[in-house]
Design a protein around this ligand. Structure first.
Ligand SMILES: NC(=O)c1ccc[n+]([C@@H]2O[C@H](COP(=O)([O-])OP(=O)(O)OC[C@H]3O[C@@H](n4cnc5c(N)ncnc54)[C@H](O)[C@@H]3O)[C@@H](O)[C@H]2O)c1
Length: 272
């Protein structure tokens, strides 16, 4: 259902890989709410081709960019402003990747070259994106920038590996850059801490099936889906949340504030 919440707004959406991606759902919802935007992903992800269907469906153009490359980001921001015909009202950073997770390397035995790559892709890319937008003065006043994160930034989830550290860094960048973006350009910057979600990135984490089931049983409202995350993101891009900034916002059905639930306790008493 559309409420025209983003009517006339322009943006960039990073990270739509396939129809399960949180960025994919956000693009569909942003289109329904009246926004125009450019889709972007790493050149390697383009080869999968699915993003072309999304572009067609949402009348969007695609500008490939490796989010670790300043040159690519500069080109992306310049082209987007040109294509959309004005400065940007919103940007979604929906990017995550750990080589150590991918290759099954344990947290106590990290390959640091891989750690650096994962940190660059998952965390520093957010700074690079914002620095490019800031220097090019590409955001409108009262614009909104959102990145996606996970609660392993605050609490231990052993199999989340070095992504936990990357997310902690990402959330810190949101606060630190958000201060200057707010002070100088009246742009807000927030992170959304999302429930485990069955996407390519999510399913890549070891033990994901147990993980997602456990979170669901712990959360009074159950896990938040990718579509629900898209809905929440739309509110943060809308004019209804103008003074929300520097926040890490939990979108997790209540999981982050629950010690234990009856459903989880039951599981233990059944088994003993
Ligand atoms: N799925 C979950 O359980 C979950 C939970 C909380 C937060 N998140 C976060 O949500 C975000 C989106 O992930 P998703 O779950 O939709 O998975 P996804 O795999 O669909 O999306 C991850 C995206 O990152 C892109 N990417 C990787 N390297 C890149 C690079 N160098 N440059 C540009 N893009 C690059 C991928 O191509 C892909 O589109 C990530 O930040 C992820 O950590 C996911």
């Amino acid at each position: 259902m559309s409420h025209n919440l983003l009517k006339g707004k322009r943006g960039i959406i990073f990270g739509a890989l396939d129809e399960n991606s949180i960025a994919w759902k956000t693009a569909e919802r942003a289109h329904e709410e009246g926004a125009t935007f450019v889709l972007t992903n790493a050149p390697v992800a383009m080869r999968m081709g699915a993003i072309n269907q999304l572009a067609e469906k949402t009348n969007s153009q695609i500008v490939p960019a490796d989010a670790t490359s300043l040159e690519d980001l500069e080109n992306l921001v310049e082209k987007s402003v040109e294509i959309l015909g004005g400065k940007l009202d919103f940007v979604l950073h929906s990017i995550g990747m750990s080589v150590n997770v991918r290759k099954g390397r344990h947290y106590t035995d990290l390959n640091y070259d891989w750690s650096q790559k994962g940190w660059d892709v998952s965390a520093l890319s957010f700074h690079k994106t914002m620095q490019t937008l800031y220097k090019k003065d590409a955001m409108t006043e009262w614009g909104s920038i959102v990145a996606l994160t996970y609660m392993a930034a605050q609490r231990v989830f052993p199999d989340y590996n070095d992504m936990a550290d990357n997310k902690a860094y990402l959330e810190s960048i949101a606060r630190s850059f958000g201060y200057f973006f707010g002070r100088d350009k009246k742009v807000r910057v927030n992170t959304i801490s999302q429930s485990p979600t069955a996407t390519t990135a999510g399913k890549g984490v070891k033990g994901f099936d147990g993980f997602i089931e456990y979170a669901d049983k712990m959360s009074p409202l159950g896990n938040a889906s990718a579509l629900e995350c898209a809905d929440y993101t739309i509110t943060l891009f809308s004019d209804l949340t103008k003074k929300v900034t520097l926040q890490n916002l939990f979108h997790d059905g209540g999981f982050s504030n629950v010690g234990v639930s009856e459903m989880v306790m039951q599981k233990f008493t059944e088994e003993n």
